[in-house]
Design a protein around this ligand. Structure first.
Ligand code: IVH
Length: 690
């Protein structure tokens, strides 16, 4: 964590730009793809740092600052629903001091020294929903989306057991209830067990499982999953029959909506602290995940006076729990070998319950981490599950060492193929030098080749790849595309029945046909996906995209790389000499070229083509975006503008054709008005693009 006390303006500017991008990426992974890669603590740290920098340098707050955004834009396939009353987010606090500041702030704002009553409610770690009832009939359901526009999930909500389709009794004509959909820890474990057997997606935690189950275009899938829900607030209502949060909760409970049984009224700050402590201690025994407590000022009248900040209410806050920890024995340090040969140490643990989830492995990151923490086999260790992702070993309890335990010696040979494992200077990882002769690297590369962002071949899950590799059915990517042919008898006398996939355990004619269909469909692939699929070290989706954009077709790219002609490559913004050298190295390995050449005979790689729409109203126009956009992210809006043939500029001048003004637009809008340049809203912009 950087120290912001000595930070200067230039550095702050850079940091804010970096944070905006990082938080946006993390938000997209979390909200849109249900696949987070940052743990909660790290994410909170980034957001905290962003707020702290903004507080210190208010004039540097960016148009696209994370503090102005709620969550991430909605997935496009879902129907969009406009939320009349925005679904807001909550500010986080992490300790007693911050709670005290929160309460003092409220009192100061209200100019009152009296105790304030709060409703303290477990913060459910699920997915928020809105359900609209008209005349007591459930008519529309939505996710939070970006807070203003959500995704329609009406049918999905109906598919949850016990979700009220009608409400009886005296209810407002328009009555929107809001709450959380979640999955119990037990149902999450069951679902993962089932998915593992069926080679389907394994969810990182109950929250992702709930999100992945609710946001299904086919509500029948939602129906098959066990989801639960509770109600904790309201949105658009034509009448309010309650004066406090507590009265609301009692009212909806009477109407038949489940509310949390641990909701509690707290009379003062001390009550809140006691509530927090009690709930934290009981957290592991709860059947579902919670990640803190939400404190809401109970009186609606006071809520109204306190009002809102940009994306959070002033009358509520989320007090987050620290990461869940447990102590257990480290039984073994196992070395895994990845696609690029990286040796990664993993701790095999005596299974232990951490916050209701049984943990038996933890990541050890790399060789230096083991050395730094002096982790030894047989040690008692503290592990932590920080919200989601993989548990970590936080520290070793050295005083619990009962005998002389040997220091862990990181292997210098690949434990799978025996080749030398080398650690280059300045590198944190040691790598197996076996290349494709290392079975583990070969398998990992195959898994990568068929993965979702690459060839995306459904039916070739991790387990199938492992089995097919072991039985030598698929040992190189090329083998995937000859599988169908090899599976048919060439002549009736020599066909080896054991090669017939239909005879394998777990396979039948239907699944085999489906697999071949998926393989055939994948034969046509975009240039960027193909480059990514090759699994070159350091070439992720973004780098592959940059390469595709600059080289346009695969042959040109490959030839340049074989000739080690990297002049174009290293001039691409975002690709450094290190990456370039990894790429050249890849194309100068004979076995890689062999496989690629064979692949080129059976697949079709589409040249890079950014479709520019000449008919668009924006074609040839220069446009400037300003203010906060709510329907698109900045980069999304820019790329839409570009593919509609527009030029996007950062500043308003005489040659600007349009200014698209989002919320809180400032100086650029003013300048546009002064210069008489046409200003359009985000909504108008969205109607002009294809
Ligand atoms: S109230 C304006 N109550 O926390 C306040 N939220 O960071 C609206 N959450 O999006 C939310 N349990 O998904 C509220 N008892 C609770 C909650 C809760 C979980 C989630 C919700 C919201 C997020 C806010």
């Amino acid at each position: 964590m950087i120290d912001i006390r000595n930070i200067d303006e230039d550095e702050a500017k850079k940091q804010l730009e970096f944070l905006s991008k990082e938080i946006e990426k993390a938000d997209i992974a979390y909200y849109q793809n249900d696949d987070p890669y940052l743990d909660d603590a790290k994410y909170d740290e980034l957001r905290h740092l962003n707020s702290a920098l903004e507080a210190k340098f208010p004039h540097l707050v960016r148009d696209d600052s994370p503090s102005k955004r709620i969550g991430a834009k909605v997935k496009s396939e879902f129907k969009k629903i406009e939320l009349n009353v925005p679904m807001l987010s909550l500010a986080d606090i992490f300790n007693d001091g911050e709670l005290h500041d929160f309460i003092t702030g409220i009192k100061r704002f209200l100019n009152s020294s009296e105790d304030i009553e709060f409703s303290a409610e477990p913060k459910m770690d699920g997915l928020s929903f809105s359900a609209m009832y008209k005349n007591g009939v459930f008519v529309k359901g939505s996710t939070r989306g970006d807070g203003k526009i959500g995704e329609e999930i009406t049918e999905n909500l109906k598919a949850i057991k016990g979700f009220p389709l009608y409400i009886k009794g005296d209810v407002p004509l328009t009555f929107e209830v809001r709450g959380e959909v979640f999955m119990s820890k037990a149902d999450f474990l069951k679902l993962n067990e089932k998915n593992e057997k069926e080679n389907k997606k394994i969810f990182a935690n109950p929250r992702n499982a709930a999100a992945g189950s609710l946001r299904q275009l086919d509500a029948r899938i939602t129906e098959q999953r066990n989801l639960s829900f509770i109600v904790y607030t309201w949105g658009d209502v034509s009448d309010i029959f309650w004066n406090t949060q507590d009265e609301f909760l009692k009212y909806v409970e009477k109407l038949g909506f489940p509310v949390n049984i641990y909701n509690k009224i707290c009379k003062n700050e001390n009550d809140l602290l006691v509530s927090f402590k009690n709930l934290m201690e009981n957290r592991a025994n709860l059947p579902y995940d919670i990640d803190g407590i939400v404190y809401k000022v109970n009186s609606l009248e006071l809520q109204k006076r306190l009002g809102f900040l940009t994306r959070t209410p002033r009358w509520a806050v989320a007090h987050k729990f620290p990461a869940e920890k447990a102590i257990t024995k480290l039984n073994n340090i196992r070395i895994q070998v990845g696609r690029t040969g990286a040796l990664t140490p993993v701790a095999d643990l005596e299974p232990v319950n951490v916050g209701g989830v049984l943990i038996s492995h933890a990541t050890l990151h790399n060789e230096d981490e083991i050395k730094r923490k002096d982790i030894r086999i047989g040690d008692m260790v503290v592990i932590q599950r920080a919200g989601d992702v993989i548990p970590q070993v936080v520290e070793v309890l050295k005083d619990k060492r009962t005998r002389d335990m040997e220091e862990f010696k990181f292997p210098e040979f690949c434990p799978l193929c025996g080749a030398h494992a080398v650690r280059e200077e300045d590198e944190a990882v040691r790598r197996c030098t076996g290349g494709l002769t290392c079975p583990q690297q070969a398998v990992e590369r195959l898994k990568h080749f068929v993965s979702r962002d690459a060839f995306n071949i459904e039916g070739l899950g991790d387990k199938v790849i492992e089995d097919f590799y072991k039985d030598k059915i698929i040992t190189t990517p090329y083998d995937i595309f000859t599988l169908e042919k090899r599976n048919k008898p060439q002549d009736l006398f020599s066909f080896d029945e054991s090669l017939n996939l239909e005879n394998r355990d777990g396979w039948g004619s239907k699944s085999v046909t489906k697999l071949f269909e998926a393989i055939n469909k994948s034969k046509k692939i975009t240039l960027q996906k193909f480059i990514y699929a090759l699994g070159i070290r350091q070439v992720g989706i973004a780098t592959a995209y940059l390469i595709a954009k600059h080289y346009h077709n695969f042959t040109d790219f490959m030839e340049a790389m074989i000739k080690k002609n990297i002049s174009l490559l290293i001039n691409i913004d975002g690709i450094g000499p290190q990456v370039a050298s990894d790429i050249v190295e890849f194309f100068n390995e004979e076995h890689n070229i062999d496989v690629i050449k064979k692949l080129l005979d059976v697949i079709k790689i589409d040249d890079f083509d950014e479709i520019i729409n000449e008919d668009s109203l924006l074609s040839g126009k220069t446009i400037v975006f300003t203010g906060t956009l709510t329907m698109f992210t900045r980069s999304e809006a820019k790329s839409k503008a570009l593919s509609n043939g527009a030029k996007v500029s950062g500043s308003v001048s005489g040659s600007t054709d349009f200014v698209v003004a989002g919320e809180n637009a400032g100086s650029k809008l003013k300048k546009a008005e002064e210069l008489g340049i046409k200003v359009i809203s985000e909504d108008e912009f969205s109607k002009m693009i294809f």
